[in-house]
Ligand binder design. Structure first.
Ligand code: NA7
Length: 575
């Protein structure tokens, strides 16, 4: 990628002298070429690419009062990324990779937020980011070919391109439990954590949820709370993270191997800096297999999933991993009754998002921790004193909801987006998200979604997925500008083909077999049950996207005759 032009050389679009156009579509609206919704990992990089590489007037609107997206909001105790820090960063500028020093194997929330603020400063992004500005509505004005955007601050914008960089895991899911407003204590969702923190000292804390987040925060809360009660609906696997400080030798290795690390991430299924081992669990003799699992358990983290190539495609192979982990849980947890509840896992390993932890199962050996099996006795209601299940009342001072997100679609649908002919995104996605490559929705010209449903997104180390999406969008816009096109949207036929490809990719794995998975939307009542992310792997997805671009964007409709190279056979969008 070309070097960025000197950042910040143009006057800020937030300058009151910036162009505002009168007229029906433009009255009192700030006119920009591209409006980006969100200033997390994806929004900031999209801003940089459009502004500094294409010379566009681009502006990012961000609801928070700081940049950082996920890492701005998720300040819960123990918040840490599951990707290894040397891979959880931008790779578009090798100098940036070499400059930044991560302190631990997995980056903590505060450190990632510092990194993203560093990026905002280093590339002078702040003048083109408007904070504390939530986009509430966006309507496509077809005659003008502009997106008319409204915000909660009353600012109004008009943009040719609208890029939703809102994050797949940003719309907090607080379950609708009867009686919650009557609770006399305090309650919090982990994804909307107070900046000043929460003091658990001397408190009786209830934690609902045992996904990646609940598994991260339970051990930390248990250290200061008088008592922690973990409410478990679905028992979960977890692999020890084995977090540790990074030494200078490793940091030097990263500085000297930036390109090599990037190549591995780009070649890998999930965008991580390691590849799946080229061996089958079922074809490996049991003793040897066990030794491999033990070594992977000691190494820790998501690398465990890569110990064999068939864990996610073959139930028998998966059973070997599942059995190994369940045995470790029973080994760690001293109380057999608790161990039984924690290891009674009803789905294949890694078919739901596999958590990694620091002393999660060990936490259940503490005297101040109890475990409630909601499968045996579900939550009935919240009462002023605490949580009532079908068979008991648990008195609490604080309830922590680690109950996840309206994932992949929630943040997009929270904005009232209206495309051509009055079609709303809610209507277009009523039966589940429909788009092409996870990037564009039919009927919504010039709207791009970064890491949207239908792309690898949550199945991938996200900065890798984000850079690929942003680069693709930027290249597509550049390609249009070179050819005088002003409008792009996917053809219905291409969308149908891509949806079939996404479904086929999922069906080739064990992932859709879990009925309570949020990959299927099952955690949000009333949400359509559609497997949303593209499960064919990041490397495969990148190749498809590259192919589409190289072929002159077959499946996408532009408003000007384009010189496209016809494909010789088949479609770029096929699995
Ligand atoms: P997840 O993975 O969606 O986990 C949410 C947890 O909350 C999970 O254990 C749910 O049980 C549980 N949950 C949700 N609603 C309820 C109700 N109503 N009652 C009891 N328990 C409930 O969210 P996380 O924040 O942990 O992780 C999301 C991603 O963020 C993660 O993949 C990382 O990428 C970062 P269930 O399994 O649905 O029965």
């Amino acid at each position: 990628m070309a070097e960025a032009a000197s950042p910040g050389s143009r006057p800020s679009l937030l300058d009151p002298r910036a162009p505002r156009e009168a007229g029906d579509a433009g009255r009192d609206r700030m006119q920009v070429d591209a409006l980006i919704v969100g200033a997390g990992f994806s929004g900031m990089y999209q801003l940089l690419r459009l502004r500094d590489h294409l010379g566009m007037k681009a502006l990012a609107l961000e609801a928070a009062d700081g940049v950082g997206g996920t890492w701005y909001w998720n300040r819960y105790p123990g918040a840490r990324c599951d990707s290894e820090s040397h891979s959880y960063q931008y790779f578009f500028d090798e100098d940036l990779v070499r400059e930044w020093q991560w302190s631990e194997r997995y980056p903590g929330q505060a450190e990632i937020l510092r990194y993203l603020n560093h990026v905002a400063d280093r590339y002078a992004l702040r003048p083109d980011i408007r904070l504390k500005t939530r986009v509430t509505a966006a309507r496509y004005d077809e005659p003008a070919n502009r997106w008319l955007v409204e915000t909660d601050t009353g600012e109004r914008y008009s943009a040719q391109f609208l890029i939703a960089a809102v994050g797949g895991l940003s719309a907090a899911n607080v379950p609708d439990i009867p009686g919650l407003p009557s609770f006399s204590g305090r309650w919090y969702h982990t994804g909307e954590w107070p900046h000043e923190g929460v003091d658990f000292t001397g408190k009786r804390v209830g934690l609902i949820g045992t996904g990646s987040t609940g598994i991260q925060c339970a051990p930390v809360i248990a250290q200061s709370a008088a008592h922690l009660t973990v409410f478990q609906r679905t028992a979960n696997y977890s692999i020890p993270a084995r977090n540790a400080p990074l030494d200078d030798a490793f940091r030097q290795y990263v500085r000297e191997h930036v390109d090599e690390i990037r190549k591995v991430m780009h070649a890998s299924t999930n965008g991580h800096p390691f590849l799946f081992a080229d061996r089958s669990a079922t074809a490996t003799p049991p003793d040897e297999r066990d030794a491999i699992y033990r070594a992977a358990w000691e190494k820790g983290g998501l690398r465990f999933r890569a110990a064999f190539k068939d864990l996610l495609v073959d139930q028998a192979a998966n059973d070997t991993a599942a059995g190994f982990i369940k045995a470790r849980i029973r080994e760690v947890v001293k109380d057999p009754a608790r161990a039984a509840i924690l290891s009674d896992i009803d789905h294949p390993f890694a078919a739901k998002r596999p958590p990694i932890d620091t002393e999660y199962f060990e936490t259940f050996n503490r005297d101040n921790v109890s475990l409630v099996d909601l499968r045996a006795a579900p939550i009935v209601e919240v009462v002023p004193e605490g949580i009532r299940t079908a068979d008991a009342l648990y008195p609490l001072d604080i309830i922590v909801f680690a109950t996840g997100f309206d994932a992949m679609t929630g943040a997009f649908l929270k904005i009232a987006i209206e495309g051509r002919d009055g079609l709303t995104l809610q209507q277009a996605w009523r039966a589940g998200p429909r788009n092409c490559l996870g990037l564009q929705v039919p009927g919504f010209p010039n709207l791009f979604t970064i890491t949207g449903p239908g792309s690898p997104s949550v199945l991938c180390n996200l900065p890798v997925a984000i850079e690929q999406h942003v680069d693709w969008v930027t290249d597509c816009i550049a390609w249009m500008r070179e050819r005088g096109a002003t409008r792009v949207e996917p053809a219905e036929e291409a969308v149908e083909q891509w949806l079939a490809t996404v479904q086929a990719a999922a069906d080739a794995t064990l992932l859709p077999s879990v009925p309570h998975s949020w990959y299927l939307g099952a955690n949000v009542p009333g949400k359509p049950r559609i497997f949303m992310p593209y499960a064919g792997g990041m490397a495969r997805y990148r190749a498809i996207c590259d192919d589409v671009a190289a072929q002159g964007y077959p499946g996408f409709v532009f408003d000007a005759p384009m010189r496209a190279t016809p494909r010789e056979t088949g479609s770029a969008l096929e699995a």
